[in-house]
Design a protein around this ligand. Structure first.
Ligand code: DGL
Length: 275
């Protein structure tokens, strides 16, 4: 990977995920920085990330990011995926010269927020198993009890929701119940949504969770970080660049996301040729 990434002119952010999950992060960035153009990139050709091996995922993210930055120069790269961030950040940072913001499980704020010291962690199976996640817990929540559950089904359900399909509420209820049963004393008072797909299902998850449980994710913190990195360079009058969604594979599923993308002010859809 070349380290001579060109900054874009005008400013632009590249937000990357395996699928639609990163849109939950894009939403927070748009809320904080409404005039900032974005390229939203979904590696749907390799979705889902949460079940992939470490070496193949590092190689894939390297390839896709390199191609994306060559075609869509950006000032900041946001890896809006916990599964990719908890694995690939050191590699990406060693290869690229632009600022990279990664999304990692919000363990630190959760430990601060919890009154009971018992925190739930909902993520992909890969993120739950990552040494990086265990290190975060050791460092920022050493006195908390962290009850985790890895689910790929929820990732798929979030994708279905954004395609406008009917989603299976029973599966959501079952997954929530499974997590809650792992902590018999019912002390969980904060639940970390450590997969960017899951904030897209906040309403549905809340329906099946005890009302005392607060849900937290990293989206807002990422938007703050992007804002800080832009050093006030974003002009008030808006940008001439369009928001673009880029998919790594042309599928009917991707085509059905048009309406959801419009709600993020993304009107253009491109497909990336990785050959
Ligand atoms: N949205 C991603 C995350 O934050 C991963 C979903 C997947 O592809 O498994 O972990």
């Amino acid at each position: 990977m070349s380290s001579t990434t060109q900054p874009s002119n005008p400013l632009r952010v590249l937000v990357f995920d395996s699928g639609v999950g990163g849109l939950s992060v894009a939403r927070e960035i748009q809320r904080r920085l409404p005039g900032l153009p974005l390229v939203y990139a979904s590696d749907n050709g390799f979705f889902p990330y949460g079940t992939k091996g470490e070496m193949e995922l590092i190689a894939r993210v390297d390839l896709v990011i390199r191609r994306l930055l060559a075609l869509y120069p950006a000032d900041i790269l946001v890896i809006a995926c916990n599964t990719a961030s908890t694995l690939t950040l050191p590699h990406l940072r060693s290869q690229l010269s632009l600022p990279i913001v990664g999304v990692v499980p919000a363990i630190k704020p959760a430990a601060k927020l919890s009154q009971t010291g018992v925190i739930g962690l909902l993520a992909t199976p890969a993120t739950v198993a990552r040494p990086y996640t265990h290190e975060l817990i050791r460092e920022y929540a050493p006195h908390s009890d962290v009850i985790s559950l890895g689910s790929s089904e929820l990732v798929e359900i979030a994708e279905q929701k954004l395609r406008g399909e009917t989603i299976d509420e029973n599966t959501i209820a079952r997954i929530v119940a499974e997590l809650m049963q792992r902590e018999k004393a019912h002390l969980i008072d904060v639940l970390v949504l450590a997969c960017t797909h899951f904030p897209l299902l906040k309403e549905e998850l809340s329906k099946h969770l005890p009302p005392k449980i607060q849900l937290i994710d990293s989206g807002e913190a990422i938007a703050r970080r992007v804002d800080y990195l832009l050093e006030g360079k974003l002009m008030d009058e808006g940008s001439s660049l369009d928001n673009i969604a880029v998919f790594t594979k042309k599928t009917t599923e991707a085509e059905r996301l048009g309406k959801a993308l419009e709600s993020f002010a993304i009107q253009k859809i491109h497909y990336l040729d990785l050959n």
